[in-house]
Design a binder for this molecule. Structure first.
Ligand code: TRP
Length: 325
């Protein structure tokens, strides 16, 4: 049995790239006892934040994940801050992590450049991420390349703790998620769709059909006259074909042959995206009308998570010298 954990930080809005890159793979592979998904609300506090927004987004992320098909009977589903053991293990792991190790993280360098005041939590964020992973003995971490360094740090921390204090943690490894597609921004096709940067080229999971239509119709293509799939020379067009392929389960190269003009392709992309989003939005609206359901899912998830996490924290405390052996 190998556990897999996926985290979603409630900053920005979930978009199509998140859907095909992380949500859909997590929904497709739900194995009782192995699958863990959580909303990492503590991570949303590492940069300037508005408390009301974090609260609203956390609930929105939870509801959207359920609406997209996450099944709490098969996947352990929780909100990070509901399980205080995340923060508790975070501290213990800080005690086996070097300042230099976190300071050289690429994401820290990039994010701290954009902040006026750099919060200490931004520096130690990868240690909290290591705690998220090690708390549940997760062996496989399906994340994108931007998180590779953080998973490597989690490995180093686990190995170091085990070597110094005894074998407490499973050493995790990064796996490439079986993504349906790598979705790029519609107006800046060199960049991935971003949830934190507001962009007219990012299709939100809660965008109504007319907004999807508007965004897709304004997607950047090129001056060519034919439809062809070439991500290097024609990235905007390739992105549209990739999105269409992800929605329909088809092949982008083959789809290119079906279209003669950009307008026709964009219309097909709009229809396909709307067909994917509509049932999710419908279920989202239903769940939003009945907040008791979501509350219960989270309550049950936290109870189950705390049982696993509590055992792990106790083992770590024993090993590191805080509890009797
Ligand atoms: N840092 C991840 C992100 O920004 C989210 C995350 C937090 C995560 N903790 C995790 C992912 C643990 C996997 C495992 O995308």
């Amino acid at each position: 049995m190998t556990r897999r954990i996926t985290g979603f930080t409630p900053s920005g809005e979930l978009h199509l790239g998140n859907y095909f890159g992380a949500i859909e793979p997590a929904v497709r592979r739900q194995i009782p006892g192995e699958s863990i998904v959580f909303v990492s609300d503590l991570h949303a506090l590492t940069i300037d934040h508005d408390p009301a927004e974090v609260r609203r987004r956390t609930l929105e992320f939870v509801t959207l994940l359920l609406a997209a098909g996450l099944d709490e009977q098969r996947t352990l589903f929780l909100v990070q801050s509901h399980v205080p053991e995340h923060a508790e293990l975070h501290y213990l792991l800080e005690c086996v992590t070097g300042y230099g190790e976190v300071h050289r993280m690429i994401q820290f360098k990039e994010k701290s450049r954009r902040q006026e005041q750099i919060r200490v939590s931004l520096l130690t964020y990868p240690v909290l991420m290591a705690a998220d992973i090690l708390l549940y003995d997760a062996g496989e971490i399906p994340v994108g390349d931007d998180q590779r360094q953080h998973v490597e740090l989690a490995r180093d921390i686990a190995e170091r703790f085990n070597a110094a204090y005894g074998r407490v943690f499973t050493v995790p490894r990064m796996v490439n998620p079986p993504i349906a597609a790598r979705v790029m921004d519609l107006v800046r096709p060199a960049d991935k769709m971003s949830k934190s940067v507001a962009s007219p080229g990012s299709v939100r999971l809660l965008d109504p059909p007319d907004v999807v239509h508007h965004k897709v119709m304004r997607a950047i293509t090129d001056a060519g006259r034919t439809v062809g799939y070439d991500p290097v020379t024609r990235p905007g067009l390739a992105n549209l074909l990739t999105i269409l392929a992800a929605c329909t389960g088809d092949d982008p190269g083959r789809l290119a042959e079906e279209f003669t003009g950009y307008r026709e392709l964009k219309q097909a992309v709009t229809d396909a995206v709307v067909a994917v989003l509509e049932p999710i939005q419908h279920r989202y609206a239903e769940l939003s009308r009945d907040p008791g359901i979501v509350r219960k899912v989270l309550r049950d998830g936290a109870i189950e998570a705390r049982m696993l996490a509590g055992t792990k924290v106790a083992a770590a405390k024993r090993a590191i010298g805080l509890l009797p052996e």
